[in-house]
Design a protein around this ligand. Structure first.
Ligand code: ZN
Length: 221
């Protein structure tokens, strides 16, 4: 199981700080993703909590606004907060696929601007998402060094290597067959180049002899 960043334009506006800010804020600018950009499930899972009726931004408090929480396995869950009103249609119990759109970035709940507050839970403890979430191929990371510290990058399994290994095996099989064929042809050639001759010794009988290339026959009286 590997968590994928839940937005395709990755710009971190606030890092995790245990007990102070228990998630990761992902933001945007007009040249980078834009606001209201899609939010995607970080991994396959089941929706275990959802709120979608929040219409406002709160000046104070701790509200997630509209949010979705997804359980990925026995230990790991993720949460996506402050989503735009009207952008969430999932319900508790729904299954989601990794990379499936689950809502739009918004500004609902306790939020000071359009952003995604993203949390990762391991055994119900909120951990630093940066340590568990990977940038996948096709996702764009902000060039601003403050917005991209120490990100993990997912290495796609190298399909090219598998294809090459298969080709080598096939060629080796073919090579073995060709070697067999060459061997058989050499046998045929040897037969074709042999001298067949017949000689008669007195009246005892007719002898048939085959002489292969390089061989000499001595006949003694
Ligand atoms: Zn936050």
């Amino acid at each position: 199981m590997t968590l994928r960043y839940p937005v395709n334009y990755i710009a971190i506006t606030q890092y995790y700080e245990k007990g102070v800010h228990n998630g990761l804020d992902l933001g945007w600018n007009s040249a980078f993703g834009g606001n209201n950009q899609p939010i995607y499930a970080a991994e396959d899972g089941v929706v275990v909590a959802v709120r979608k009726d929040y219409q406002t931004t709160d000046e104070t408090g701790s509200s997630y606004g509209n949010y979705v929480k997804i359980r990925h396995n026995e230990y790991v869950s993720t949460l996506y907060a402050h989503m735009a009103y009207g952008s969430v249609s999932l319900n508790i119990g729904d299954t989601v696929k990794k990379g499936q759109q689950i809502g739009l970035m918004g500004n609902t709940g306790y939020s000071k601007g359009n952003h995604l507050h993203y949390e990762v839970f391991i055994n119900d403890t909120k951990v630093n998402p940066v340590l568990y979430t990977y940038v996948y191929t096709g996702q764009i990371v902000s060039s601003n060094p403050d917005a991209r510290q120490d990100l993990l990058y997912y290495e796609e399994p190298d399909e090219d290597i598998e294809v090459l290994k298969k080709m080598i095996t096939e060629l080796q099989d073919k090579n073995r067959l060709l070697e067999e064929e060459v061997k058989a042809l050499k046998e045929d050639l040897k037969e074709a180049q042999a001298y067949d001759f017949t000689y008669q010794v007195n009246k005892t009988g007719i002898y048939q002899i085959k002489l292969y290339e390089g061989e000499t026959l001595y006949i003694k009286n």
